[in-house]
Write a protein that binds this ligand. Structure first.
Ligand SMILES: C[S@@+](CC[C@H](N)C(=O)[O-])C[C@H]1O[C@@H](n2cnc3c(N)ncnc32)[C@H](O)[C@@H]1O
Length: 371
C-alpha cells in the first residue's frame, strides 16, 4: 500500500478528525477510491490532492457546498486551484496585516487620549462585498455574446484596454492587450488561467498615469463604486476612450419597467438611492448613452437577465450570483421569492406579463455609455 494512506494516517497528517473524513466521504466531497484488505478507507494520491484542496478552502471560510462546486469544476486543474488558494491566502494575510496596523494606530491614539470616530472603527473591518458573495459568481455569470459584440464595437480600434471592476473577465476582448483592475481577491482568484493580468485596485484610485490606455471599460460594476462619478472621471483620465455598461435609475417610473422590481422586490429602489443621473454619468466621461437590450435567452445571469424566464429567480444559485439579492437582505428576498412562486403556480404572473412572451429582447434600463 505504498502510495495509499489509511484514513487514520490522513487524519493525523492533515490535523482533522477521522469523523470529518467519514463525513466528507458520506456527502461525496472526498471519497477515497480504494479500501485496504481489511476494508478500511484508503486514500490514493488523487484523493489526497482533492482533500488538500477541500481543507484549504474550508480553512479560508468557504462552505461545504461552495467547496464542492469549486473542486468539481472540470475547468480548474490542480495548478489553478493552487494559484487561487495562494491569491486568497495572500489577501487574507494582507487584510490581517492591515487590521493589526489599524489596531496599533488605535491603541496609540487611545494612549494619547484621542478618540477614533465610529467610521474609523468600522473601516478596519470593511470587506469587499464580492469577497463574501464572489465565489457564487461563475456559476451563472458569463459572457453574453450579443452584449459583448456591442461593447467591443464601442471600443473601436483601441489596442490597449483597461477593464475596471473586471471580476472574472467576462467581457474582456481576447484580441486586444487587456489589463484588468479588480479589488476583490475572491474575484481575482477566479479569473481563468490565461486571463489578462489583473491589478488589485479600485476605480476611484487607478494606479496608472494619465492617458495610459487607448480605452477603459467598466461592465456592471459602477453601481458598486462608493463614488461613481469620481470613478468615471478616473476612467476618463487614464484612457482616451471610455465604454461603460451601467443602469438608468432616474427616468421617472423606472421601478415599474421590470416586473421583478415592480411586483416583488420594490426594495431594489433603496439600493440606488443617491445614484447619479445618466446625464451626470455621461458628463463625467464626456460622452453619450445608448440603450442596451437584453435578449430573452441572455447567457449572463445578471439581475434582469431572466425577464422572460421567471422560474430562474426561484433558483438559489441564480440569486447568489447577483449582489442585489444579498444587498436587499434575506427577509425581502424570501418574501419576493415566495410571492413569485405562488404567482407562477397560480398563473397570475403569466396573466400580468402576457405581452412579454412575444418579445425577443427587452429594454430594462441598461445603458452603454460611450466617450
Ligand atoms: C457584477 S461584478 C461585474 C464583473 C465583470 N465586470 C462582469 O461583467 O462580469 C462587479 C465587480 O465590481 C467590483 N467592484 C466593487 N467595487 C469596486 C470598486 N470600487 N472599483 C472597482 N471595482 C469594484 C466587484 O468586486 C465585482 O467584481
Amino acid at each position: 500500500m505504498a502510495e495509499r494512506l489509511t484514513v487514520g494516517r490522513v487524519a493525523e497528517l492533515a490535523g482533522v478528525s477521522v469523523r470529518t473524513l467519514h463525513h466528507y466521504d458520506e456527502i461525496g466531497l472526498v471519497q477515497p477510491s480504494a479500501r485496504t484488505a481489511a476494508g478500511y478507507r484508503a486514500y490514493a494520491a488523487g484523493d489526497v490532492e482533492r482533500l488538500r484542496e477541500v481543507l484549504a478552502y474550508r480553512r479560508l471560510g468557504f462552505g461545504l457546498r461552495e467547496i464542492a462546486d469549486l473542486v468539481d469544476d472540470p475547468a480548474t486543474d490542480a495548478v489553478a486551484h493552487l494559484r487561487r488558494l495562494r491569491g486568497l491566502l495572500l489577501e487574507q494575510r494582507d487584510r490581517a496585516d492591515a487590521m493589526v496596523a489599524a489596531i496599533e494606530r488605535e491603541l496609540e491614539a487611545r494612549a494619547m487620549g484621542i478618540k477614533t470616530t465610529p467610521e474609523e472603527q468600522l473601516k478596519m473591518l470593511g470587506a469587499q462585498l464580492y469577497d463574501t458573495i464572489g465565489s457564487a459568481y461563475p456559476a451563472t455569470r458569463r459572457t453574453e455574446p450579443r452584449i459583448a459584440a456591442q461593447i467591443w464595437s464601442a471600443l473601436g480600434d483601441a489596442r490597449t484596454v483597461l477593464n475596471v471592476g473586471a471580476g472574472t473577465g467576462s467581457y474582456e476582448p481576447v484580441d486586444r492587450d487587456v489589463t484588468a483592475v479588480e479589488p476583490s481577491a475572491v474575484m481575482r482568484a477566479q479569473r481563468p488561467a490565461g486571463a489578462a493580468p489583473c491589478v488589485a485596485a479600485d476605480a476611484q484610485h487607478l494606479p496608472f498615469e494619465d492617458q495610459t490606455f487607448d480605452a477603459a471599460m467598466a461592465v456592471s460594476t459602477v453601481h458598486h463604486w462608493p463614488d461613481p462619478l469620481a470613478g468615471l472621471r478616473e476612467l476618463r483620465r487614464v484612457a482616451r476612450r471610455v465604454v461603460v455598461l451601467t443602469y438608468d435609475a432616474r427616468t421617472p417610473g423606472w421601478l415599474e419597467r421590470f416586473w421583478l422590481t415592480r411586483d416583488y422586490l420594490p426594495e431594489f429602489a433603496d439600493l440606488l438611492v443617491g445614484w447619479p443621473s445618466l446625464a451626470d454619468m455621461t458628463r463625467a466621461i464626456g460622452g453619450r448613452a445608448e440603450p442596451l437590450l437584453i435578449p430573452w435567452d441572455c447567457a449572463d445571469g445578471f439581475f434582469e437577465a431572466y425577464w422572460r424566464r421567471p422560474e430562474a429567480y426561484l433558483d438559489e444559485q441564480v440569486r447568489r450570483a447577483v449582489s442585489v439579492w444579498t444587498r436587499v437582505g434575506p427577509e425581502a428576498e424570501q418574501r419576493a421569492v415566495n410571492m413569485l412562486r405562488e404567482d407562477l403556480a397560480s398563473g397570475r404572473w403569466a396573466e400580468r406579463n402576457r405581452d412579454l412572451v412575444a418579445l425577443d429582447a427587452a429594454e430594462l434600463g441598461l445603458r452603454l455609455l460611450v466617450a
